[in-house]
Design a protein around this ligand. Structure first.
Ligand SMILES: NC(=O)c1ccc[n+]([C@@H]2O[C@H](COP(=O)([O-])OP(=O)(O)OC[C@H]3O[C@@H](n4cnc5c(N)ncnc54)[C@H](O)[C@@H]3O)[C@@H](O)[C@H]2O)c1
Length: 412
């Protein structure tokens, strides 16, 4: 896992555009290729090959494109193989927001582990396509439901993810975002209280706001603008955490809180306006990659399988304080733009031949956009035995492949 960058940086870019000619690129460090994910201590270990059949299948037998713009769906005969668990070991697990980006990968892994999984989703930002490979499986159930309304079911674990996570989506209807975080979390905590289920909240690094402490430890209380355009999400998650610990203290609910930092991977919504999906979509369309601000703001991106590993470990270990889950390797947004552009250019051929170049364009900074964001993951290492394994480059390769597959299938 050596950093092969050999030094860096020339960010002096006055004409507000950037190309590989006027910019010294820091190659994203290479790590050994990851072939297996998960952790044997909780039974989540699985080969990447098994996961690939779900989101990067060699062929997609369910959908046949016919002439005249018609499409035919056939039912899949065989489900992906999953582990056999005795009924005594099998958990009944509710995943709210399980049809979303992170939720669907979590569902894949929980299904692989042999558990019974119920997904509750209102499909605001998620889609059935993300979990279609499980529909009809005896261990799986998909329920269309909005968590703002109570939901009754008997379960032993609840992963509470339901909440739009990208700025354009959560700002589309800010009041609804607050309701989802507040009423949705009250409803799911009430369910956990009644059924004595263990409850895990997917909180966010956004609760730290524009941080004055760097990197951010879980003990940092944050620096959040309570009335800005991001407040519906940031403050919504802060109150969701408050509710979680109130139910723990007052009602003995067994809780876990994950503070998730930027995550990317296959099944990100192409319209979510997040950095990675934006850059990939723009590069695939041959459009300029747009950066808000000077591009020197830093982010740490983790690959989705690392996050899923962390969530499952957190749920199954005995630690109730909030835990940061994120990658500590920090890059400027400009670094990311170059890495993604180079990956797309290296692997994409258009009708006119190989793609040659796309511009990188700087636009005015977005309001309340944090300058720096990087997790301190000492807690996760110490109490979960977790740290990210994926190099950003491997994750980007898979994500670009997935977006290209979607494009070929006409899904985006
Ligand atoms: N992806 C990230 O980088 C990131 C970072 C920090 C925190 N998180 C948290 O992780 C969780 C999942 O994020 P994601 O990136 O998969 O987002 P996503 O938008 O892809 O998934 C959210 C899912 O919740 C569903 N949903 C939204 N409102 C709902 C409601 N009222 N009732 C029922 N379902 C509802 C959506 O339809 C979607 O399927 C969120 O709680 C988010 O705050 C994600």
């Amino acid at each position: 896992m050596a950093d092969q960058s050999g030094g860096f940086t020339n960010h002096t870019n006055n004409n507000r555009t950037s190309s590989s000619d006027d910019y010294v690129i820091r190659p994203v460090p290479q790590r050994d290729h990851v072939d297996n994910v998960g952790d044997t201590s909780v039974g989540s270990d699985v080969s990447l090959r098994w996961l690939h059949q779900l989101y990067l299948p060699k062929k997609t037998p369910e959908v046949v494109m016919l002439k005249d713009g018609m499409v035919q769906y056939t039912s899949q005969r065989l489900y992906p193989n999953v582990r056999h668990l005795s009924p005594a070991k099998r958990e009944r697990i509710l995943v709210t927001g399980g049809a979303g980006f992170v939720g669907s990968h979590l569902v894949d892994r929980l299904m692989w582990m042999g558990h019974e999984v119920i997904v509750v989703d209102n499909f605001f930002t998620g889609t059935k396509r993300n979990v279609q490979h499980w529909i009809g499986h005896p261990n799986f159930e998909l329920v269309t439901h909005d968590v703002v309304d109570p939901y009754m079911i008997e379960v032993s674990q609840i992963y509470h993810l339901a909440c739009p996570a990208s700025p354009p989506h959560y700002q589309y209807n800010p009041t609804k975002t607050v309701k989802t975080s507040v009423m949705g979390t009250i409803n799911m905590l009430g369910l956990a209280k009644r059924t004595k289920a263990r409850f895990l909240l997917t909180s966010t690094s956004e609760i730290y706001g524009d941080p004055e402490e760097h990197p951010q430890k879980e003990t940092y209380w944050g620096h959040v603008n309570p009335i800005g355009p991001r407040a519906c999400y940031d403050e919504g998650k802060r109150i969701a955490e408050t509710l979680t610990y109130s139910y723990m203290r007052q009602n003995d609910v067994d809780v876990r809180v994950a503070r998730i930092f930027n995550t990317f991977g296959p099944r990100m919504s192409p319209t979510d306006g997040r950095v990675v999906s934006n850059f990939i979509m723009q590069a695939l369309r041959g459009q300029p990659l747009t950066i808000y601000g000077d591009g020197h703001q830093t982010r740490s991106f983790q690959y989705v399988h690392d996050l899923v590993d962390g969530l499952i470990l957190l749920m199954n270990k005995n630690y109730t304080e909030p835990v940061n889950l994120g990658n500590t390797e920090e890059y400027t947004i400009l670094d990311f733009a170059h890495t993604i552009r180079d990956q797309v250019l290296a692997t994409t051929t258009t009708a006119a031949g190989p793609m040659t170049d796309v511009e990188i364009k700087l636009l005015p900074a977005a309001m309340d956009d944090p300058r720096k964001r990087k997790p301190d993951i000492t807690r996760a290492k110490k109490y979960l035995g977790w740290e990210p394994r994926f190099a950003v480059k491997q994750g980007i390769q898979e994500t670009v492949d997935w977006f290209k597959l979607q494009q070929m299938e006409g899904a985006i």
